[in-house]
Write a protein that binds this ligand. Structure first.
Ligand SMILES: [Zn+2]
Length: 108
């Protein structure tokens, strides 16, 4: 298990834990979202390799977490979010273009 202390919005830093057990990676956080089993930015930032908000003295362990992430089901799930965000961005651009086009054809 590797733990980091991450400074969030509360006075006390949150404890973010990563556990690799028989090839299965788990990640926990003591922030309100994490406690309720929801996605939180504290775990995501460490998975992205960001150390800015880590206040414990083991920032170097991020590279170990990145190794653990590689090939895991968490990495696949993160990738799926990135793809969905890409699709979402494209849909927003298409919608904006369609609205511009509607305004244009209305005024011809
Ligand atoms: Zn959190």
């Amino acid at each position: 298990m590797i733990q980091f202390l991450v400074q969030g919005s509360s006075i006390n830093p949150y404890r973010v834990s990563f556990i690799l057990n028989e090839g299965n990676l788990s990640a926990f956080c003591t922030c309100p979202a994490g406690k309720h089993g929801q996605l939180c930015k504290h775990r995501m930032s460490i998975f992205r390799g960001e150390s800015d908000n880590i206040v414990s003295n083991n920032k170097g362990d991020i590279s170990v977490i990145r190794d653990w992430l590689s090939g895991s089901d968490i990495e696949m799930a993160i990738h799926e979010i990135a793809e969905a965000e890409h699709d979402f961005d494209n849909a927003k651009k298409r919608l904006a273009q369609a609205k511009r086009n509607l305004a244009k054809v209305m005024s011809l």
